[in-house]
Write a protein that binds this ligand. Structure first.
Ligand code: 5GP
Ligand code: ZN
Length: 115
């Protein structure tokens, strides 16, 4: 599907809603999460509207691989040196709030962890 007029992330892709962009190419956009769960928290999204991982097929393998592989590259560029998490929430029980596929990549010091 192309842009969904009601989708907040399609509006970010179209530049109708501002975002703190960290990376963009023909296929994907990456920007800082508005309510970060970690010192560095970005979202990597396909520019094309795909509602969730439940809608992904083998046809999206290259796109998904590209999104996942961008995580370490962008964390490094953002100064994250000590590890990070990739998270994708899917559907109601998966805690998904925005129904435009997005990969959370989170890094930076976690002071609540011991050691
Ligand atoms: P989900 O629970 O769907 O996996 O996560 C949605 C994420 O999108 C949340 O972490 C939320 O803070 C983020 N988010 C929602 N609306 C906006 C927005 O308008 N701009 C940005 N940058 N992030 C958003
Ligand atoms: Zn969308």
């Amino acid at each position: 599907m192309s842009a969904d007029p009601h989708c907040i992330f399609c509006k970010i892709v179209a530049g109708q809603i501002p975002s703190k962009k960290v990376y963009e190419d023909e296929q994907v956009l990456a920007f800082h999460d508005i309510h970060p769960w970690a010192p560095v928290h970005i979202l990597i999204i396909p520019k094309r509207h795909i509602a969730s991982m439940a809608d992904v097929t083998e046809a999206e393998s290259q796109l998904l691989g590209h999104m996942v592989a961008l995580g370490p590259k962008l964390m490094k560029e953002l100064g994250v040196t000590n590890g990070f998490r990739h998270v994708i929430n899917t559907g109601q029980d998966g805690g998904q709030e925005v129904y435009h596929l997005h990969l959370h990549v989170m890094g930076g010091p976690r002071p609540w962890l011991k050691g």
